[in-house]
Design a protein around this ligand. Structure first.
Ligand SMILES: NC(=O)c1ccc[n+]([C@@H]2O[C@H](COP(=O)([O-])OP(=O)(O)OC[C@H]3O[C@@H](n4cnc5c(N)ncnc54)[C@H](OP(=O)(O)O)[C@@H]3O)[C@@H](O)[C@H]2O)c1
Length: 280
């Protein structure tokens, strides 16, 4: 392979990428990068106003062949995903690449000094479990079907470093992301064996990135100083810092590109070494 051929592996001209959670803190950076790489990008969100604003910003910034559009959808409502599929088809055709970035924890499913594990409410546990696991499985059903029919496609799930070793206080989120890892492996095998070895399924497992979901678990609301938990995270991160959304881009583009043509069923930690460090 010569240099031009190698560089063209990262040119997504004519490829349609759907990003669930594409208007979120991490999803938006992935969307921007893919539009810069000439992809047709679909930002799936429940929130039209926010997603359209993100989409307009990206389209105004990027001068290449890529373009972003918005599709309304809820990853837990299969009918809305089917509708989104039709909207996308009319504008860009089939979805070639699905990135499942919708997900996250919710404070109501987090133990606190005044709420023990024994008192975590059922609906909070169910919501976090469903959002992260079913919210990954349902888009794979809806958009993976077309990949199976065309014998080609790429799925990238967004897991979390706490899938490998659970973090304290967030039992439903940890368990759900562990299930996402397991499902990533399951679907990789299922697609390759039953449909096509040219359908690949992988995941990234981000470590600690300061976002709205975890800001006040890691930093003090008033002083902005690291909390005890924030200090502990940094102490257990050999690279000695939190991640930034840009840190996800290299592994993401590699996994969804033909450069990773022989890679399926993997979960790549992007965590500054957190999951490798024993603490001693
Ligand atoms: N931030 C971190 O430190 C970190 C670490 C490890 C893993 N992760 C994972 O990375 C992914 C992205 O997280 P983030 O930090 O970017 O969080 P975020 O800013 O809260 O974005 C998450 C997105 O999920 C979407 N979403 C939630 N429920 C949805 C539903 N029912 N249907 C459709 N979309 C839904 C939201 O979209 P709308 O409100 O626009 O619909 C939101 O934009 C998540 O899976 C998260 O678990 C994050």
């Amino acid at each position: 392979m010569n240099q031009d051929e190698f560089q063209s592996l990262y040119d997504f001209t004519g490829r349609t990428v759907l990003i669930t959670g594409g208007a979120g803190v991490l999803g938006i950076e992935i969307a921007r990068m893919l539009v810069q790489c000439n992809a047709n990008v679909v930002i799936l969100s429940r929130n039209q106003e926010r997603a359209e604003k993100s989409m307009a910003e990206i389209n105004a910034d990027v001068k290449g062949k890529g373009r972003a559009i918005f599709a309304q959808g809820d990853v837990l409502e299969i009918n809305t995903l089917q509708q989104a599929k039709e909207t996308i088809h009319s504008q860009f055709g089939d979805v070639d690449i699905l990135i499942n970035a919708a997900g996250g924890n919710h404070s109501s499913a987090t133990t606190k000094p005044d709420i023990s594990f024994f008192d975590l409410p059922l609906d909070a546990l169910r919501h976090v479990g469903d959002l992260n696991l079913l919210g990954t499985i349902l888009p794979c059903q809806v958009f993976g079907r077309g990949m199976a029919e065309r014998s080609e496609g790429v799925i990238l799930n967004v897991s979390s470093m706490n899938a490998f070793r659970p973090l304290t206080r967030i039992p439903a989120y940890s368990a759900a992301k562990a299930a996402v890892n397991n499902f990533t492996q399951w679907l990789a095998v299922h697609m390759a064996q039953n449909y096509s070895p040219r359908i690949r399924v992988n995941a990234i497992a981000p470590g600690f990135f300061i976002t709205e979901q975890n800001r006040f678990l890691l930093t003090d609301k008033d002083s902005g100083e690291l909390t005890a938990r924030g200090k502990s995270v940094i102490a257990h991160t050999p690279m000695n810092r939190f991640g930034t959304p840009e840190d996800l881009l290299g592994a993401t583009i590699w996994l969804i590109s033909p450069a990773a043509a022989f890679v399926t069923g993997t979960v790549i930690p992007i965590d500054g070494g957190f999951s490798a460090f024993s603490g001693v």
